[in-house]
Write a protein that binds this ligand. Sequence first.
Ligand code: M7G
Length: 318
Amino acid sequence: MNESTSTGPSDHALDLDTLNTFVFERVLSENTSTGSMFLLGTLHGTPAILHVQRTLLPSDTMGETVKSGLESFNVFLDNRPYFSAHALIKRTKGSAPNLQLKVIWPAQEDHIRKYSAQARRMFHETPELYHSVVVPYMDSFPASRLEWVFNILDGKKEAERILYRRSDPEDGFIILPDLKWDETSLNALYLQAVVQKPGIRTLRDLTKNHVPMLKEIRRQAQRVAMEKYGLEKERLRMFIHYQPSYYHFHVHIVNIDHDAAAGMLVGQAHLLDDIISLLELSPDAPAQTILARMTFGYILGMEHKLFPLLKQAVDESA
Ligand code: M7G
């Protein structure tokens, strides 16, 4: 893919005409249970990643769809009382979209690595490894990778999607729907709280002073979920990733009925409640919090740029 002769999103809108220019290169990864996949190719000659996924079926209208909204119904297994069939949903005026697309365009090398199928390995990050390997890695993390975060915080992008904003240079934050959620199915509700102040790069940087802000994030997320979506607080899973993909502090807020997929597993997700509790149990000195002193176990894909750095450090100390 030649970036020098290509045009990019600044010259073209993302529309059907642009999709018509898609030149498929390869499938980066796919999920056989959801049928979703990440495709790599170009749009107008510029590298692009397309995440393609069927939209979730709406449970409130499915009874009616099954009753009278199907065509070409084909039973391919009859082993009474067990049947299996294929069908097509009739297209009617006002049909819900049946495909959800997410596009990264132009896609960078790091995006391609992140969404490529890859083997994963477990690491145990001691505070020593954190300081000798992870801190220099975070220092070298290109500031441009955080541009989307500051665009949201500054109100330049997604302004109409903000569900809550507390403006305060010290403990301000916003809550908005995550990119992962298309806002069609409540079961898949996925929000994100993003703090205003830069500098809390990961949960290792949290101190006791942050506890009131973390509790306020929890309180406001619960309020927004109830008032906007009718979801009680007991139906929310709130967690923080370690390692995260982006080093600007944020909290994931997800419906507990959402199938616990990759980002919600042990080895990456830490409950907000647990993090608050660990901070409350910590001594006052910021460098002495339990989060600063503990060893974190986590899983990294072998394509992650941190992977070879940690692997080398671990091998050398063995
Ligand atoms: P993470 O823990 O750093 O990594 O979370 P993950 O991507 O491995 O989960 C970053 C979160 O930000 C993810 O849940 C993303 O879906 C979400 N996110 C990423 N981008 C680029 C955007 C965006 O442009 N808008 C919104 N609303 N969310 C985003």
